[in-house]
Design a protein around this ligand. Structure first.
Ligand code: GLN
Length: 473
């Protein structure tokens, strides 16, 4: 029972304490995780592949390690799921696409290697939007992922399977990837902490690229402390800087910027009051607020659309070995019936942009990106450590609402700036709307300053009721 409860609701530190204290074994936790998956996955469709034998063997190794008390990390014996665009030796990397149906990688992704070295137990791979393009986990060759709180709704995307698996209580931690928001947005919609580290800090080797210049691997956890621990292990950061005591201490009072432009944006019902309430909590421990104008914030979406279309084009060309410019071959690939509408739309846009603007267009967008980054950096140079926004302008929607939405171009509005700039950002759960749907607050920091980002999130978390995943009825 204890193992099941820990898998359903435990934070990383709670599970680690039970493992090192000997009240639960990695095997019991892994069995509980596999049972949870068996029970819940038929309705949620969060996992694409499950590896019971390998997971149980890894659990026994972790138990031996725990017993000897040698080489134990916070992840030793912890069941973890990884998004199905990350390579795991012996299994397919599907990216939820028929295009990759026979792709068996020859090595583990760098993050998988790090997870294994830390003693984590990889129980399965998670469902996602095809090739990581999308915001709702609706476009998958495996079918849609359902939201654990309300299966009629979507958990966000593209890492919706990872979010759904952690929130539903199948695993306490999952890895996702964030190109334009795909860790932060589903985390926000599923009441989880989702971290997008600085681009390049966690190695992308073994990740099927979506937009190479933006792709970033990050964890979904039930606590900010869990996110900090995962980040340290995945990035190989100095463990001394990430000691628990150091994480629990804010070095100086924070200064957080809030973009004025926010005030005029249409937000889903209940989001603004929860955002403002969370900001008040930050103020209650001495955080100073600064209102700033970020007029170029909106331009991010247009820029991102260019990068995302041309990026996926490059990525597919590379994968299918289309060395010469061969638009015909790519068009042919995507006309296959099995390819979903989002991939079709992006590749078509990518081909159009390439034909219209050529390399000069790319050079221009790269310049615009650099300018965007510098303007954002200016805020941090003016003495602000963090920028706060809601993570998403909407809460979890139904497929019908998604289809009818007038705001599809706004969905990623808040997560795109950090993606364009390559800055670290996280989503922190700040409560539920009247309809019972989770809302997240996004914090963004300067490149390389994950420690301030995580300390701020931990300081908030310490003042709030402990985060808990919810039970599925
Ligand atoms: N929703 C965004 C898109 O559709 C972001 C996807 C991502 O981060 N992988 O491109």
């Amino acid at each position: 029972m204890l193992a099941t409860q820990l898998i359903q609701q435990g934070s990383l530190l709670e599970i680690n304490a039970a493992l090192t204290g000997g009240s639960v074994t990695a095997r019991a936790l892994t069995e509980a995780s596999l049972t949870q998956i068996e029970t819940l996955n038929p309705s949620l469709n969060a996992m694409t592949q499950v590896f019971p034998q390998q997971a149980l063997a890894a659990a026994d190794q972790a138990d031996a390690r725990l017993q000897q008390g040698k080489n134990v990390t916070y992840l030793t014996g912890i069941p973890v799921a990884i998004k199905d665009n990350l390579d795991l030796l012996g299994s397919r990397t599907t990216c939820a696409s028929q295009l990759l149906h026979a792709y068996f990688p020859s090595t583990d992704a760098a993050v998988v290697e790090r997870l294994k070295r830390a003693g984590a137990i990889i129980v399965g791979k998670t469902n996602m939007d095809e090739l990581a393009l999308g915001s709702w986990s609706l476009h998958s060759a495996y079918g849609r992922v359902a939201h654990p709180l309300d299966p009629q709704r979507q958990p966000g995307g593209s890492s919706g399977g990872s979010a759904s698996a952690v929130a539903a209580g199948m695993v306490p931690i999952a890895l996702g990837t964030d190109t334009g928001g795909s860790v932060r947005q589903p985390a926000s919609l599923c009441n989880l902490v989702g971290l997008r580290p600085t681009h390049g800090i966690i190695p992308n080797q073994g990740l099927f690229p979506s937009v190479t210049a933006f792709d970033t691997i990050g964890p979904f956890t039930r606590s900010a402390m869990g996110a900090a621990i995962c980040f340290q292990l995945l990035s190989n950061r100095d463990p001394a800087a990430f000691r628990l005591a150091a994480l629990q201490q804010l070095q100086q009072p924070l200064r957080i910027a809030i973009p004025n432009e926010l005030m005029t944006l249409p937000l889903g019902a209940g989001i603004r009051p929860l955002f403002e309430g969370a900001i008040q909590v930050f103020q209650s421990f001495g955080t100073a607020l600064v209102q700033v104008n970020v007029p170029h914030f909106h331009q991010g979406t247009r820029l991102y659309q260019h990068f995302s279309a041309t990026g996926i084009l490059q990525s597919l060309k590379h994968f299918f070995n289309l060395t010469k410019d061969d638009p015909g071959k790519l068009s042919e690939l995507i006309t296959q019936e099995s390819v979903g509408p989002e991939v079709k739309a992006r590749v078509t846009r990518g081909l159009r942009l390439a034909a219209e603007y050529g390399p000069a267009g790319n050079a221009e967008t790269r310049r615009a990106r650099s300018l965007f980054r510098h303007r954002l950096l200016d805020y941090f140079d003016s003495g602000v450590q963090l920028i706060a926004t809601p993570t998403s302008p909407v809460t979890a929607l139904t497929p019908q609402e998604i289809q009818n939405s007038q705001h599809s171009t706004h969905w990623d509005l808040f997560t795109i700036p950090a993606a364009i700039a390559g800055f670290p950002a996280l989503s922190l759960p700040v409560g539920f709307t009247r309809d019972g749907l989770p809302v997240g607050l996004q914090l963004m920091a300067r490149p390389g300053d994950e420690i301030t980002l995580l300390r701020a999130a931990i300081a908030y978390e310490q003042r709030m009721a402990p985060l808990r995943s919810f039970q599925v009825n």
